[in-house]
Design a protein around this ligand. Structure first.
Ligand code: KIV
Length: 273
C-alpha cells in the first residue's frame, strides 16, 4: 500500500472524540489473522487479558503475564492497520504503584507499537491513571465487573443492583474520568447505572454486558463468532456459529485422511522430470 493510500490508525484522542456520536465498535483480538479480518470493521481492537482464558485455557485472567500481553500485542499490531489498538495490563503489573504501572505500560507501548493500555480499577487507580496520562500513556479505564479481582469479589455476576453497588461503580467511573482516561469500559453493569455513568462522564463508555446505553460496545471475538458452544452468558450474541463448523471440518478432514482421499492429485507435487 502506498504512503498516500495507507489509512492512518485511529488514535485514542479520536476515540474520545466519538463521545455521544455514532457508537464505538470494538472487539478483542489476540492474533495477526484475526486482527486482519476484524480491523476494517471496528474502531478499536483490544488485546484483552481474556486471552488467558480464551487462548490458554486458564480459569481466570490472573495468571496472564506481561510477556504474554506483549507477544499478542505485537501479533495484533502486524494484522491491524486502521483500528486503535489497546493492550491490557495484566494482573500484578500495575497495582503495586503508579511507577510500576508506568514501567509496564511503557514496555507495552515501546515493544508492541500499540496506542494505549487498559487497566482495571476505579477510585483506587485514579492516581495511577493521572500519572500515566500526564506522561504520554493513554489509558482505557475499566469499571463495573473487573475480572482481575475475581479472587476478592467472588466471581462473575452483573453489578449495580443495590444502591451501594451502583454508587461504587458511579464513583469509580467518575474518578477514572477525572483522572484523564480517554474512554472507559463498563462491564457487567445494570442498564440504569450504565446510563447514568454515560451521561455523567466526559469520556465515552464502552459497554460489555452494560446495555445499549453506553457510547460503544465491545465483545470477546471468540464469543461473538460462536467459537464456544459450552457456555453463553446473557450479554453475548453469536453473530456466527463457528464451533460446529470447526468440528464438522475436522471430522471431514479425518474421514478423508483415513480413506486416503485427501490429499488428491490436485494437492500433490509431481516430479517434473
Ligand atoms: O480482557 C478483555 O477481553 C476485556 C474485555 C472483555 C473488555 O477486558
Amino acid at each position: 500500500m502506498s504512503v498516500e493510500t495507507k489509512r492512518r490508525r485511529l488514535s485514542p484522542a479520536a476515540i474520545r472524540g466519538m463521545k455521544g456520536g455514532r457508537p464505538i465498535v470494538s472487539l478483542t483480538a489476540y492474533t495477526t489473522p484475526i486482527a486482519r479480518l476484524l480491523d476494517p470493521h471496528v474502531d478499536l481492537l483490544l488485546v484483552g487479558d481474556s486471552l488467558g482464558m480464551v487462548l490458554y485455557g486458564l480459569d481466570s485472567t490472573v495468571g496472564v503475564t506481561l510477556e504474554m500481553m506483549i507477544a499478542h500485542g505485537q501479533a495484533v499490531g502486524r494484522g491491524a492497520g486502521q483500528a486503535c489498538i489497546v493492550v491490557d495490563l495484566p494482573f500484578g503489573s500495575y497495582q503495586e504503584s503508579k511507577e510500576q504501572a508506568f514501567r509496564s505500560a511503557a514496555r507495552v507501548l515501546k515493544e508492541t507499537g500499540c496506542s494505549a493500555i487498559k487497566l482495571e480499577g476505579g477510585a483506587e487507580m485514579a492516581e495511577t491513571v493521572a500519572f500515566l496520562t500526564s506522561r504520554g500513556i493513554p489509558v482505557l479505564g475499566h469499571v463495573g465487573l473487573m475480572p482481575q479481582l475475581v479472587n476478592t469479589t467472588g466471581g462473575y455476576r452483573s453489578l449495580g443492583h443495590s444502591e451501594a453497588e451502583a454508587d461504587k461503580i458511579r464513583r469509580d467511573a467518575e474518578a477514572i474520568d477525572a483522572a484523564g482516561a480517554f474512554a472507559i469500559v463498563v462491564e457487567g453493569t445494570v442498564e440504569t447505572v450504565a446510563r447514568e455513568i454515560t451521561a455523567a462522564v466526559s469520556a465515552p463508555t464502552i459497554g460489555i454486558g452494560a446495555s445499549p446505553a453506553c457510547d460503544g460496545q465491545i465483545l470477546v471475538s471468540d464469543d461473538m463468532l460462536g467459537l464456544f458452544n459450552d457456555f453463553k452468558p446473557r450479554f453475548v450474541k453469536h453473530f456466527a456459529e463457528l464451533a460446529p463448523q470447526v468440528s464438522a471440518a475436522a471430522s471431514a478432514y479425518a474421514e478423508e485422511v483415513r480413506a486416503r482421499s485427501f490429499p488428491g492429485p490436485e494437492h500433490t507435487f509431481k516430479a517434473k522430470r
